[in-house]
Write a protein that binds this ligand. Structure first.
Ligand code: ATP
Ligand code: MG
Length: 444
């Protein structure tokens, strides 16, 4: 992309309406524009990041065996009356009437819709286990939308729903998701710490929140330092349904959960102190990026979702649901990875992976070399961002840093004359000179 043709409204000043650094940087670096309280326009650059995160979330869901579908944002109140949640959900649910005065709602979650799909088509234990997910916009009329996309009213969520014949296999579905979550957050350059959670309005028996440790997190957290050190995903876990895979998954999840973590909402500090050796006790703040639940027949029973079992009898389906805040993750990643110059994207989600800074646009030699690098990088499948604007060098450097392009190559008249370019690492701010030929080879 040539910056002169891109739409990237970078601001020099820190916007005053934003209280936390991720929100400030998302506004400054031109990722989002607020449209109304808790509702945002995703500008081209922000959308690129959102899509990159969505892609990783999708790949790990697919890998775990879950199947993607797409459910509507607009749902009928009647389905929610069947489960009994229409009246219970409260003011966070946006209720709407159509022209026939029928009650509708903008989905805050989709247990009812997916249960209705499954009860329509699934008749036998042979069709199970089944896990269906979608990545779709949700609306919750939060009392206090704040921190930009971290607590929005409209937000993008990945929500998966598992259906099983009995509690045993449902718990195994839960473990599959648990491991898929660890891997997802790891690929995003984040450490997702699972904490046993209160189940809230979705309800149920077994539940974990995945928390990203970050200075500006909404909740205080207490955790065992092993969560800082261990890479939980180096062990390759199989998502097959055979007994060997099941017991391997159980062992792996048990190992993760043997370390201890709690949030202040649970008032478990005292238990925490008792459980973790003194030198491993850590206190911090965290952002909830995922939440998983096993809730048995909470929805399937009132909605009459049953299948025929091996025993020739009908069984009410056992369900779980699994959310990831995809749009919240954009803020969480920035919260966890930035410096005084701006955003530092983890490699897998960086929207552009090579920045090309032309120090003297209009100078034939500089223009030609920049174009050569740009064309080569594009041909090699890199996603380069070429700053070809007629701007001061300082402004160009600041732009590349605030939007967080991981690797930047700087081309100026003196360097070109000497056959040299400067290559900068965004994260370390290290600059190294390279021969033009060597740099071109490195792209090859
Ligand atoms: P919270 O406790 O933060 O309000 P929740 O428990 O209501 O979250 P869930 O119903 O578990 O959220 O939704 C799954 C995920 O969706 C959450 O883990 C979070 O990452 C994301 N999420 C929930 N509410 C919002 C919101 N208002 N804005 C952005 N993301 C959200
Ligand atoms: Mg929650």
């Amino acid at each position: 992309m040539r910056l002169s043709r891109y739409f990237l409204p970078v601001a020099k000043e820190t916007p005053s309406e934003a209280q936390i650094v991720s929100h400030q940087l998302m506004l400054r670096a031109g990722l989002i524009k607020q449209q109304q309280a808790g509702v945002y326009v995703w500008l081209p650059f922000g959308l690129k990041v959102l899509r990159n995160i969505e892609k990783i979330v999708r790949e790990e869901q697919d890998r775990s065996g879950a199947l993607e579908l797409l459910m509507p944002t607009m749902q009928s109140a009647d389905l929610w009356r069947e489960s009994g949640r229409y009246d219970d959900y409260g003011a966070e649910m946006l209720r709407i009437k159509d022209r026939h005065e029928r009650d509708m709602l903008f989905g805050p979650t989709a247990e009812e819709v997916v249960t209705d799909v499954v009860r329509t088509y699934i008749r036998s234990y042979k069709d199970l286990p089944l896990n269906l997910y979608n990545i779709q916009w949700k609306f919750r009329d939060e009392v206090r939308p704040r921190f930009g996309v971290m607590r929005g009213r409209e937000f993008l969520m990945k929500d998966a729903y598992s259906f099983d014949i009995d509690a045993d296999s449902a718990v195994d579905a839960y473990r599959k998701m648990f491991l898929a979550y660890l891997r997802t957050f790891q690929r995003l350059g984040l450490r997702g710490v699972p904490m046993r959670a209160a189940t809230g309005p979705i309800g149920g028996d077994l539940s974990h929140e995945f928390i990203i440790l970050a200075k500006n997190g909404e909740s205080a957290v207490f955790y065992d330092s092993v969560y800082e050190d261990k890479d939980w995903t180096t062990t390759d876990i199989s998502f097959e349904n055979d007994d060997a895979s099941k017991s391997a998954r159980k062992a792996m999840v048990d190992e993760v959960l043997a370390a201890y973590a709690a949030t202040d909402e649970m008032h478990e500090e005292e238990q925490f102190l008792a459980n973790v050796p003194e030198d491993r006790r850590r206190e911090g703040r965290g952002i909830e990026v995922g939440h998983i639940f096993f809730f048995g027949d909470k929805y399937s029973k009132p909605m009459n979702a049953k299948v025929m079992g091996k025993d020739g009898k009908e069984h009410v389906l056992q369900m779980g649901s699994y959310g990831i805040g995809v749009s919240r993750l954009v803020g969480a990643v920035i919260e966890a990875s930035h410096d005084e110059h701006g955003i530092i994207w983890p490699t897998e989600i960086a929207p552009f992976n090579l920045g090309i800074v032309n120090l003297k646009s209009g100078d034939t030699a500089c223009d030609e070399l920049c174009k050569k690098i740009y064309d080569l990088a594009t041909a090699k499948g890199l996603d380069p961002l070429y700053d070809d604007r007629d701007e001061r060098a300082g402004a160009k450097f600041a732009t590349m840093d605030v939007i967080g392009v991981p690797k930047q190559v700087v081309i100026g008249p003196r360097g070109v004359a000497n056959g040299i370019v400067e290559v900068k690492n965004r994260k370390t701010q290290e600059k190294t000179e390279m021969k033009i030929e060597d740099f071109l080879k490195s792209i090859e």
